[in-house]
Write a protein that binds this ligand. Structure first.
Ligand code: F3S
Length: 414
């Protein structure tokens, strides 16, 4: 691998132990994956932020790196933490866990990392440009910036993202290279796709089939260009998140919509073709046994909700009273915007909560809810295994019924 004089000096310890550790990790990954050189990164997103996942050993690791002089040199953001950092007590989170989580955020802050605590940083001003190199870690965010914005990132792990932030570089392999961004699965969609649950069910089905390959979609009811037409962002964030969960899809293209597919033929010769004429199998797979169930929690905001999604929930909540707990998880900035727009007061008056900085999967909510209904493909996919709860997966109309009755009715699973 070719290293510049500056990179060689970093490796030799010229910028201190923390920088040497960072570039050692970046170079080691480059050697494993056959990179020819390192590339500068414009921004970094770090995952593995919840104390539930990190634990005492992870916290000690972060503190040690900060004490060694580990300081980020590019804008660096955090994925959701384990609590709402301001309202954790009102939301019923444990005081000991809250103190531990605050120490984690403080350790990241000591490295210069912004406590953004969101998986949708692109909704709060971090919108990378076409072709820029990044080192982002959360799978749905990786998928979004690669596909919708045409930026370039592999799916980083916790330490490798921090290493990229401190060294300002990542190894050039995988999705940083043109040849690996071509699609090998053509997905022809012949059924209607409308509403978040449809996008999640489609993503579930395609992720299962594509695994870690790159799909190219045809037949989706979307208009480009996806970088600037924000009307397509909510559908594509739901689609990409579900594909990253049921498979490991880190990049996809949509013909005529996403930037690289508008500029060039992104389909490899010898590709496979997948025809989707129904989403019913996706709904069934995400909905447990599909039978009637008393629902404890209705969860929106996986990935973190946009202001439009919160506005839609507020529109429904006006003048109503929710029976189960209703959480919509989002970033702090979007929560503040929702408050300014009056949505928060409406949702809270109905008994719902707009929860910032965290989400149901990374928060320590095990044992608190026995059942959940959602329209998120990713949330529906992970909740049974991460939280040990029963899940029902449905569209917006089904979830409206659940919010008013607390019950999932039999036959509502397709
Ligand atoms: Fe984000 Fe949590 Fe879903 S990190 S993508 S809301 S599982």
């Amino acid at each position: 691998m070719q290293l510049t004089a500056k990179e060689q000096a970093m490796l030799a310890g010229a910028e201190g132990a923390g920088v040497r550790k960072a570039i050692e990790i970046v170079v080691a990954l480059g050697q494993i994956y056959g990179a020819d050189r390192l590339v500068p990164v414009e921004s970094v997103q770090v995952a593995g932020v919840s104390y539930k996942n990190l634990g005492a050993a992870g916290l000690a690791f972060l503190r040690e790196w900060a004490e060694e002089g580990g300081q980020v040199r590019v804008p660096t953001m955090l994925n959701p933490a384990g609590i709402d950092l301001e309202r954790w007590r009102a939301l019923g989170f444990d005081e000991t866990f809250a103190a531990q989580q605050s120490q984690v955020v403080a350790a990241f802050a000591a490295m210069g990392i912004e406590p953004t605590c969101t998986c949708t940083p692109y909704l709060v001003g971090h919108v990378p440009e076409l072709g820029t190199h990044l080192a982002w870690a959360e799978s749905s965010a990786v998928s979004f910036v690669n596909a919708v914005l045409g930026a370039r990132t592999n799916r980083e792990g916790g330490p490798s993202a921090i290493a990229a932030a401190i060294s300002g570089r990542t190894a050039r392999y995988g999705l940083h290279c043109d040849e690996n961004r071509l699609a090998s699965v053509e997905v022809v969609v012949r059924c209607p796709v409308q509403g978040a649950a449809d996008w999640g069910a489609l993503g579930y089905l395609v992720g299962k089939a594509a695994r870690n390959r790159v799909p190219l979609f045809r037949g989706l009811p979307l208009d480009g260009p996806s970088e600037t037409n924000r009307a397509v962002w909510d559908p594509l964030k739901a689609l990409g998140a579900a594909m990253a969960a049921s498979g490991a899809v880190a990049l996809y293209h949509v013909a005529g919509v996403t930037p690289e597919a508008r500029q060039a033929e992104m389909l490899q010769s010898g590709h496979e073709t997948l025809i989707i004429d129904s989403l019913a199998a996706g709904y069934r797979a995400l909905s447990g046994d599909g039978g009637p169930l008393r629902i404890d929690l209705v969860w929106f905001g996986c990935p973190h909700a946009s202001l439009d999604e919160i506005a839609e929930l507020a529109g429904f909540a006006a003048g109503k009273r929710f029976v189960p707990a209703v959480w919509i998880t989002t970033s702090r900035q979007v929560r503040e915007a929702a408050q300014a727009a009056g949505h928060l007061a409406t949702i809270e008056a109905a008994g719902g909560e707009v929860v910032a900085d965290t989400c149901v999967v990374v928060a320590p909510v095990e044992g608190r809810f026995r059942s959940m209904a959602t329209l998120s493909g990713k949330g529906g996919y992970y909740a049974p295994s991460y939280l040990g709860i029963q899940v029902r997966y449905g569209d917006w109309e089904q979830l409206q019924q659940v919010m008013l009755t607390g019950r999932w009715k039999a036959g509502d699973d397709s």
